[in-house]
Design a protein. Sequence first.
Length: 94
Amino acid sequence: MRPIGEVIRELRKEQNLSQGELCDLIKISATSLSQIENNIKRPHYSTLEKIALALKTTASVIYIFQLERTDIQKNKRMAFDIIFPAFKKTIVNT
């Protein structure tokens, strides 16, 4: 699984938000967000919900985006290869 901070950083950048802008939206310090994005600390669920809302998604989607191909059973990877990119594109571009 990908680290949650990596997913948050990727989604933030796809929304063209700086760390400072996201911090202002969710009312946390730049240090806290940096620690989350660099996987030094894991966000509390309430913070994750705020981050998700600011990134126009849900905490559940952030968790799903942690999945990597190797996390999927070998016999289901072909389906993952088809479904996951389309799912991600749909979520990120809405």
